[in-house]
Design a protein around this ligand. Structure first.
Ligand code: GAP
Length: 440
């Protein structure tokens, strides 16, 4: 984990937020490579789950909502973790995740013997809207993106003319005042979710749940996660969230242990019923073919974008020996799927002189119109390859003396390090075919 965190900082994937002020716990900034990686993940998710499906539409709602939403959703009363205080070191911990050796500054002194009895701590972040004290409205930064999907259910299905079964997807920020943010970006206080609320007939709940199990599993494979590092975890009844009658998580084997990547929940008609009750507005669905009116059930695949980034980085990170004998060397390489790699191709002139650099620069300018590229002429070619390996760049294009003669270049593939000679005119198409969101 330390190596991954250090690579992320060194190469501009992820930094602590407000680093020059000492950072702020549970908040992270995505640097130049990180923002591209995360955006590619979110875009691919949108492509796979929304654009490619006739039964899905999208939403981008405001983060701030009417305070009644959070009463109706159950978050004001139910959205808490149990916390314990250590009377010895005066720190506060999440009860179910307290690990004395990691959490307590006194280490072995604090073996749980000095912990208070657990108290409920609401995890929503409060805020106040409006300038004057009298008119200010106290509300919350949303702790999950899905509530606005429920609240807009009627607007969406009637404007988009959707028929149940169909889903509404949203990608956006969520905020939770986590008691102990930890494990890099795994548990933070500000993060992004990629959520789907799939509305179906109550009698179809179980079959729809099974279909989504297969689909969400496949997406992780499509973006390059190793299948043997993934598993399902089925929540026992006592650990289900207040809205769920069944939840199964996809977990990933992180360097710090198995952790939740995505939850798949059966929310039944809980949310639509609650919002109908609290708002007084009918949120049922009228099926024109059967002439039936009913409150749909909801199957919810809810994924974290940041956790996906972390899983992808952990899966892709690799230190390996290359070459043999005296020429052997270690390289650090991020074996990211080309589809989500931040930079698709680096253009490297073998030498700067004799017009080679100019040819490479012009070529880079052409390719840049189609996908993310990087131009680098500094240092030995081997070291330039290594820098791109660390950034996870799948293709390095070397421009050399032969390029001047026959307009061909060498394309080096990151993982195999194999090099093929190719006409310049074919390079863009070749790389685009490898990086496309389109599946075979
Ligand atoms: N709407 C359902 C919901 O929010 P959840 O299991 O609480 O369910 C869904 O969250 C996903 O959001 C998790 O699987 C995880 O990937 C991500 N997530 C939740 N809390 C997080 C946190 N503190 N930091 C980063 N990601 C988080």
């Amino acid at each position: 984990m330390e190596n991954i965190v250090s690579l992320c900082k060194r190469r501009g994937f992820i930094f602590p937020s407000s680093g020059i002020y000492g950072g702020i716990n549970g908040c992270w900034d995505f640097g130049p490579l990180g923002v591209e990686l995360k955006r590619n993940i979110k875009d691919d998710w949108w492509y796979f789950f929304v654009k490619q499906r006739a039964d899905m539409v999208g939403l981008d709602s405001s983060i701030l909502m009417h305070p009644e939403v959070w009463k109706a959703s159950g978050h004001v009363d139910e959205f808490h973790d149990l916390m314990v205080d250590c009377k010895e070191c005066k720190k506060r911990f999440r009860e179910d995740q307290f690990v004395a050796e990691e959490d307590c500054p006194n280490k072995k002194h604090c073996d749980g013997a000095h912990l208070s009895s657990p108290k409920a701590f609401n995890m929503m972040l409060q805020t106040s809207l409006g300038a004057s004290e009298e008119s200010a409205v106290n509300t919350y930064l949303r702790p999950e993106t899905c509530q606005s999907i429920f609240v807009n259910f009627k607007e969406v299905y009637s404007s988009a003319r959707m028929q149940v079964p169909f889903g509404i997807a949203q990608v956006g920020k969520a905020f939770r005042n986590e008691i102990n943010p930890r494990n890099f970006i795994f548990r933070s206080r500000e993060f992004e979710q990629m959520e789907i609320e799939f509305f179906c007939k109550p009698e179809d709940e179980d079959s729809v749940f099974e279909e989504w199990k297969t689909t969400i599993w496949q997406w992780y494979l499509d973006i390059g996660l190793t299948e043997s590092k993934m598993r399902w975890y089925s929540h026992p009844t006592e650990s289900l969230a207040h809205y769920s009658s069944r939840t199964e998580d996809i977990e990933y084997d992180f360097p710090f242990g198995w952790g939740e990547l995505q939850g798949l929940a059966n929310r039944g008609c809980f949310d639509l019923t609650q919002h109908t009750k609290f708002s007084g507005k009918d949120l049922s669905f009228f099926d024109p073919t059967t002439q039936e009116r009913f409150v749909p059930s909801v199957i919810e695949p809810s994924a974290g974008a940041d956790r996906t980034v972390l899983a992808i980085l952990c899966d892709a990170y690799c230190e390996e020996e290359v070459g043999t004998g005296e020429k052997s060397d270690m390289r650090t390489v991020l074996k990211l799927h080309p589809r989500i790699a931040p930079i698709k191709a680096a253009i490297l002139p073998l030498v700067k002189k004799d017009g080679i650099a100019e040819i490479a620069q012009n070529f880079e300018a052409q390719l840049r119109k189609k996908f993310n590229t990087f131009y680098d002429q500094a240092g030995a070619i081997g070291r330039r390859y290594r820098r791109m390996d660390e950034a996870g760049t799948p293709f390095c294009i070397c421009v050399d003396y032969d390029t001047k003669e026959d307009e061909t270049v060498t394309v080096r593939e990151r993982d195999s390090m194999e090099q093929v000679r190719m006409p310049m005119s074919e390079v863009a198409g070749y790389i685009e075919s490898k990086c496309s969101f389109e599946r075979d």
